[in-house]
Design a protein. Structure first.
Ligand code: NAD
Ligand code: ZN
Length: 245
């Protein structure tokens, strides 16, 4: 922790990259941990574009379940520490693979009457709380799931949650933003991600290849541990308040 705090103090531009682990203490299941199961389906089999094309009803039911579940969750001390940190520092910023919206909620809470902008995340995999047309891409506010699946007001196409499904490309504009934030940072905090899902896993490497360092915060070793300058082992909700002060 002492080494990590020193590294942080010596860094001018800090980017943070978070994964499902940061929301674990808010009660949101990770995909690879326990508790992510719904009706005996594995998330990896439901969160795919193939599954959506084959069986949009089941995929929609699962997302409706995840939305109602997320409505009962709150940001935790890890989200809050990051929000305060980026509101104060205002440099580089936050990139997340999560679709749960908890960073955004923490940023708004921490900003109070002020502007949350500096602490709002670049959401590489989209936001579960929004809909998007599967045909024309028009975004729409989510509505409770009714008897028939939601349709696009513009073209009549089938709507879907505005998230990147396995088997799909990331939005190139969003990816480019995240990549250039990481390249310009001299420190990347990698928090609660198993760092196996590309291209998100390449973000910390962009900092590394540009000459920066990595601090990893995770309960376990990951594929990135070997290249991290410091690896802090523990739950993000405990480690981050200590690291970021
Ligand atoms: P993952 O499930 O592959 O890995 C989670 C990582 O978090 C693991 O390395 C685990 O050791 C670590 N972890 C668990 N609890 C922790 C804690 N309390 N503190 C710190 N670390 C902890 O998640 P991933 O790498 O984000 O990849 C899964 C994909 O699924 C992502 O693309 C993501 O978009 C999506 N997903 C999102 C959510 C969400 O929005 N909350 C939830 C599940 C999956
Ligand atoms: Zn449409």
């Amino acid at each position: 922790m002492r080494d990590a705090r020193q590294l942080l103090a010596d860094s001018a531009r800090v980017v943070a990259m978070t994964g499902a682990g940061i929301s674990a203490e808010s009660g949101v299941p990770t995909f690879r941990g326990d508790g992510g199961l719904w009706r005996n389906y594995r998330p990896e089999d439901l969160a795919t574009i193939g599954a959506f094309r084959r069986d949009p009803e089941t995929v929609w039911e699962w997302y409706a379940w995840r939305r109602s579940f997320l409505a009962t969750c709150e940001p935790n001390d890890g989200h809050r520490a990051l929000a305060r940190f980026f509101l104060q520092r205002g440099t580089a910023g936050l990139v997340t693979q999560n679709v749960d919206g908890l960073h955004t909620r923490a940023a708004r809470d921490a900003a109070g009457e002020g502007a949350p902008h500096a602490a709002l995340p670049v959401e590489m995999h989209g936001a579960i709380a929004r809909d998007r047309c599967n045909d024309c891409g028009t975004r729409a506010e989510a509505e409770p799931l009714g008897d028939s699946l939601p349709r696009c007001a513009t073209c009549g196409g089938l709507r879907r949650p505005d998230v990147v499904l396995f088997g799909e490309m990331l939005d190139p504009v969003v990816l480019d933003r995240a990549q250039s934030m990481a390249e310009r940072a001299d420190l990347c905090l990698v928090i609660g991600t198993s760092a196996v899902v590309y291209p998100a896993a390449a973000i910390p490497l962009a900092t590394l290849h540009a000459g920066g360092r990595i601090i990893e915060v995770n309960t376990e070793d990951t594929a990135l541990t070997g290249v991290a300058a410091v690896a802090l082992r523990g739950p993000a909700g405990v480690v981050l308040p200590e690291l970021l002060g």
